[in-house]
Design a protein. Sequence first.
Length: 238
Amino acid sequence: MRAGIKIEVRREDRRRLDRIVGDRNTPQKHAARARVILATADGCGTLEIMRRSGLSKPVVWRWQERFMREGVDGLLRDKTRRPGKAPLAADIVKRIVDLTLAEPPGETTHWTGRAMAEAVGVSLRSVQRVWTAHGLAPHRVRTFKLSKDKRFVEKFADVVGLYIDPPAHAILLSVDEKSQIQALDRTQPGLPMKKGRAGTMTTNATARRRCSPRSMFWKARSSGAACSAIGIKSSFAF
């Protein structure tokens, strides 16, 4: 035992220490500290105490000194320590939340963690912690579709049936919007993002594009050639 350390284990303290060691639900760090004091009360040397508890010599001396000053209760608590890094200020957290709930800059559709970190001047991990604490997920968007067509279910079954079980000798043509053009305008307004809920956006979009006569000519010509190849009469005339 280190010089200046004197330990006296009373009967009630020993019963508490035995219960701590024998309880399977006790945290292992508390059980190791209790073994240190029990081995010290049995008259074991420092090396034997280290072998029984699995702790290093400085740690054994630390808990012997803690027990001498505070008793068993001192073994069951850890000293409070200042965090390695100071937490973010309240105004910075508020700015991150306000920017996340607002429209992103430029033509971007949503805030990313790195973009927010660069805009506010904090680390990416700090932005992620703020988003997690406030239940925000700007990268998630829930889509919805509201149709007023009374025959929607019937038409839906017909379209899906063409893909699942097409009739014999059938040709299915699908037409999509122009590639590499993102339609940002929606036909219906969506709900904004809030804590615990992603923003919503309808699947219907409106895109305002300008097509030159030359591009329209080549589109119409290619459409007519494709229709002629499969035996369909084209509505374009040249």
